[in-house]
Design a protein around this ligand. Sequence first.
Ligand code: PLP
Length: 408
Amino acid sequence: MTRPHFLHPFAKPAADAASFTTIVRGEGAAVFDADGTRYVDALASLWFCGVGHGRTEVADAIGAQAKQLAAFHTFERYTNEPADRLAAELVALAPMDDARVFFTSSGSEAVDSAMKLARLAHARAGHPERTIIVSRTNGYHGTAYGGTSAQGIAPNKEGYGQLLADVVQVDHADVEDAARLFAEHGDRIAAVIAEPVIGAGGVIPATTEYLAGLRRLCDDHGALLVLDEVITGFGRLGSWWGAQRYGVRPDAVTFAKGVTSGYQPLGGVLLGPAVHEPLAADPDFILRHGFTYSGHPTACAAGLAVVDILRREELPARAAHIGDRIRTGLQALKDDGLLEDLRGDHGIWAAIVPGDRAAAVRDHMLTSGVISRYLGTSVVALCPPLVIDDADLDRCIEAMHDALQSTS
Ligand code: PLP
C-alpha cells in the first residue's frame, strides 16, 4: 500500500497509488492507459472534451502561441490578441445581446466571478442591499467558496466551516419554491444561478417552463439570471448554449470545460448589459476582481482553435444524433429490466441503476474498456466527446449492459 504524493481531487486520500489508472494518450473519443489498453471516454473526461482527444490543430495553436508569448497578464493596461479575438468570438456566439466576456481559468472561478459581479453590478447601480444569490438543490457550481456555498450537493459542503452568507437553495424542479423566496425577499435578491441541465448533481434536465419561470421571477423583481453552462455550453445540448436549447435569455453565462475541450484550463463569464453597464457607468471606477491568468494568451489560443473546430465540423449539431443513440440504448436496457430509468438531453445522459450499484457498474464498465462516471449511488453518467462514432457509442451501451448483468 503506497499513498501517492499527488493528493487527488474528489478521491479518497487514503487510496492506494495502485488504484489509479494512468492515462497516457488520447485519440478522438478514446484514451489509452500505460499498458496500451484502449478506453472509450464516455464522459468526455470530466464533461469537457467535446472535440475529442489528440487534435493536432489545437496542440499546434497552443505551441505556436507559447513560442510567441506564452503568457502575460491582462490587468490594467495590457491585453493580448488571442484574448481579444476569443472574446469577440464568444460575444458573437453569446445567447444575449451586447455581451462582454470576463475570463478565468476554471468553472469555479467563473461561478465565483459571476456571483461577485452580480452583487457588484447591483451595488454600482445603487442597490448594495441586493446580496442574495439563489441556487438550486442538486446544483453543482464548483468548489471555490462561492460555488461551494451555492451548490446543492450536501456532502460537498461539509467540513469547510462557515460558507458564504446570503446564498440560498431552492428546489431544483419546483419553480413555486423560488416564487415563495422571491415573494418574501425579492428586493434583496441579486441573482439566481441555474444549470440548464444539472450535471454532477445527477444529470437532471430543467424544463423550459421552469427556466421561463425563473426568468419571469428575475424580471418581476429586478434580479439577474445567471446560467451555469460550464457543462452545457459549446454544443453539449445541440446548440452553442443551453440558453438557446431552452429558449431562455440569461443576464450572465458561466462557461469553462468545452471552450477549450480541456486542452488548456480556461473559463469565464459572458455578461449582458444588465451586469456590465453598471460597472462602466462611472469612468473612474476600477473593477477590483480578476485572476493572474484571466485572458491567458495560450489558453485563449486553444479556445480559438476549439471554437473553430466546433463550428467547422458542426459538432453542436451532432449532439442530437448522440442523444438519440444513447436514449435508444438505455431505453432497451430499461425494457430488459436492467435499468430503473434514464434521463438526459442531447449529449448528456443518466442511467438510473437499481440497487445502489452505480459505483460497481462504473468499475465493471472500466474493465470492459469504457470510462463512465457514477454520481451518488444510483446514477451512471454518459457524456461522450461530440466526435464519438456509432461503434463506440454502442460499446458504451454494451459495457453498461454487461456491467448491469454482472453486478446484479
Ligand atoms: N459549474 C458546473 C455546472 C460544473 O459542472 C463545474 C465542474 O464540473 C463547475 C462549475 C466547476 O468547474 P471547475 O471544476 O473547472 O472549477
